[in-house]
Design a protein around this ligand. Structure first.
Ligand code: DQA
Length: 142
């Protein structure tokens, strides 16, 4: 499958930010892990990260025009309030899985709401970087 893996704001700071919550692996290490596990499963992976909402929306639209089969997205804090990302995901009709490294339901109240998950086929959270791999497997059944 041709998969677009999108990481939102502050995920480029993995390995630096709140290691107790997000783990010690650097963002680069996590990207390498996603790429190699993706390859093992025969997927063609494109990785994209941005701290800017509009750039993420452009990337989702690019996935449509370039005929991607699936999107795996960790929207970071945009998860909790970006209706623009919700609309972008919904608008392209590409099967999309939302993932979070941490269990957003076991943290602060504001993290328990995802405005983007209803535009996705499902949400995976709480399993660290393994969540990206779980999302690849989940896309196989769609
Ligand atoms: C996160 C959870 C979000 O609440 C937070 O804003 C992030 C990371 C996660 O992967 O657990 O930036 O998406």
């Amino acid at each position: 499958m041709k998969l677009m893996v999108i990481n939102g704001p502050n995920l480029n700071m993995l390995g630096v930010r709140e290691k107790g919550v997000y783990g010690k692996k650097s963002f680069e290490e996590v990207c390498k892990y996603i790429e190699s596990e993706g390859k093992k499963r025969g997927n063609d992976i494109t990785l994209f990260q941005s701290n800017i909402e509009g750039e993420i929306i452009n990337c989702i639209q690019k996935a449509y025009y370039e005929e991607y089969d699936g999107i795996i997205i960790n929207p970071g804090a945009f998860t909790h309030y970006s209706y623009a990302l919700h609309d972008a995901i919904k608008g392209v009709s590409i099967p999309t899985v939302e993932i979070h490294l941490s269990n957003i339901h076991a943290r602060e109240e504001f993290r328990k709401t995802s405005v983007t998950a209803p535009a996705c086929i499902g949400q995976i959270c709480g399993f660290g970087e393994f969540g990206y791999i779980m999302a690849m497997e989940a896309l196989l059944i769609k």
